[in-house]
Design a binder for this molecule. Structure first.
Ligand code: ZN
Length: 350
C-alpha cells in the first residue's frame, strides 16, 4: 500500500482539487444549471414557471428529497432534442475535467424524458456523443448508467428497458433512483435480474433516507455492485461488517445530504465513520447544480467540516477508481497518477 506523505493542513484543499478522481454518482439532469435551463427553454420555446434565472435559483430551497424532485423534474422539461442532451452532458464533462475527474459514470433518467414524448434514441444519442467527444477533446473518460425511477412501477421499468435494447452497447449498467421511502428495492427484483442477464452492471440508491433494510435488499435482491448514498448503514452493525468485508463501495454525496437534511450539518456527516470502519466510501456530487457544488466543492467542504486528512483523501480517490466499472488497465493508470499527485503535494498552494 502506498504510504501517504504528511500533508500540511493548509495545502490539503489544493491537493483535494488537484488529485485525480472518479465521479460515480452524478445525475446528469441534476447538472443542469439555471442558466442552461433558461437558454434551452428559449431555444425550444418551453414556458417555465419561473420569471428569471434568479427566481429559479432562489426556488432551490428544498426541505427534503420530494421537494427537490418536484423542481428537478420541472427543470428537465426543457430537454427535447439530441443537441440538448449533448449540451447538458458536454457542459458537465467540461466542468468535471476542471475538477480533475479522470472518469465519470453518468446516471440518466430516461423515464423523465420518454414520458414527455422524447425518444430513447434522442436521450442516449446526445449523451453518448457528449461522452465520446469529451474523451477525445478533454481526455476525460465516461460511461452511462440508465436509472429506473423507483416511484414508477416495475412494469414501466421493463418498458424502459425494452426501449433501451437497441442502445445497450452505449450503456454500462442500470441504477435505481428518485423517491426512496415506500419504494423498496424488492419492487424491481425482476427487471434487475433481466438487466444482469443482459450483462449490465447494477447499482442502486439505498440508505439515503431509507432504512438499512433497503441496503440489504439492494445487495441481496438486486445484486447491486455499489450502493448509492448508503449513509444509513451506520445504524446496522452487521451490515457495516458486510460492506467492509465485501468492499462494496458507497457513493456518498456530502452536499446533497446537507441540502436534503439527511444530516443537520456537514460537521455531523458520517463519512469519516464509514472510512474508519473500513468501508469503500467515495465522494460525489449527486445533483451539483441543485446542491451547491461539483465534486471538488464536496471534497473541500466535507474535509473542512469534519477534519478528514490526506490519508482519507487518498483512500477516497483510490476507492473511486477501484469501484468504477472502467477497464483494469485504466484503473491502474489513474491510481498511478493519484500517487504522483500525492508525491507532489508540497507544490500545492492553498
Ligand atoms: Zn442520487
Amino acid at each position: 500500500m502506498f504510504k501517504v506523505p504528511p500533508v500540511p493542513a493548509q495545502r490539503l484543499p489544493a491537493l483535494l482539487r488537484a488529485m485525480p478522481k472518479a465521479e460515480l454518482h452524478i445525475h446528469i439532469e441534476g447538472s443542469l444549471e439555471p442558466e442552461m435551463i433558461f437558454a434551452l427553454a428559449q431555444r425550444n420555446g418551453v414556458q417555465l414557471p419561473y420569471a428569471s434565472v434568479e427566481a429559479l435559483r432562489s426556488a432551490y430551497a428544498f426541505t427534503d428529497l420530494q421537494s427537490f424532485l418536484d423542481i428537478y423534474y420541472a427543470g428537465a422539461s426543457v430537454l427535447l432534442h439530441e443537441q440538448d442532451f449533448y449540451d447538458m452532458g458536454r457542459a458537465y464533462l467540461a466542468r468535471a475535467a476542471m475538477d480533475n475527474v479522470a472518469h465519470a459514470e453518468l446516471f440518466f433518467d430516461p423515464q423523465t424524458h420518454t414520458a414527455r414524448g422524447v425518444a430513447m434514441e434522442t436521450v442516449v444519442g446526445g449523451l453518448h456523443r457528449a461522452c465520446v467527444e469529451a474523451r477525445a477533446e478533454l481526455g476525460i473518460s465516461s460511461a452511462l448508467i440508465l436509472c429506473f425511477l423507483r416511484h414508477l412501477s416495475e412494469e414501466d421499468a421493463f418498458a424502459t428497458l425494452e426501449q433501451a435494447q437497441p442502445y445497450l452497447d452505449k450503456i454500462i449498467g442500470v441504477g435505481l433512483d428518485s423517491s426512496e421511502r415506500g419504494h423498496p428495492p424488492e419492487k424491481f427484483a425482476r427487471v434487475f435480474a433481466r438487466c444482469r442477464a443482459l450483462g449490465l452492471h447494477a447499482v442502486a440508491h439505498a440508505g439515503e433516507e431509507g432504512p438499512p433494510a433497503y441496503i440489504w435488499s439492494a445487495l441481496d435482491v438486486l445484486k447491486a455492485e455499489r450502493i448509492d448514498h448508503g449513509v444509513q448503514a451506520v445504524h446496522d452493525a452487521l451490515l457495516m461488517q458486510r460492506l467492509a468485508r465485501e468492499r462494496i463501495a458507497l457513493t456518498v454525496c456530502p452536499l446533497s445530504n446537507l441540502k436534503l437534511r439527511v444530516f443537520p450539518s456537514l460537521a455531523q456527516h458520517n463519512l469519516r465513520q464509514l472510512l474508519d470502519a473500513g468501508l469503500a466510501a467515495t465522494v460525489n456530487s449527486d445533483d451539483p447544480a441543485y446542491f451547491g457544488g461539483y465534486i471538488n466543492e464536496n471534497f473541500t467542504q466535507v474535509f473542512a467540516a469534519t477534519g478528514l486528512t490526506a490519508r482519507h483523501a487518498y483512500q477516497l480517490a483510490w476507492n473511486s477508481f477501484e469501484a468504477s466499472f472502467a477497464p483494469e488497465a485504466d484503473k491502474r493508470r489513474w491510481e498511478h497518477r493519484l500517487k504522483e499527485a500525492f508525491d507532489r503535494c508540497y507544490e500545492y498552494d492553498s
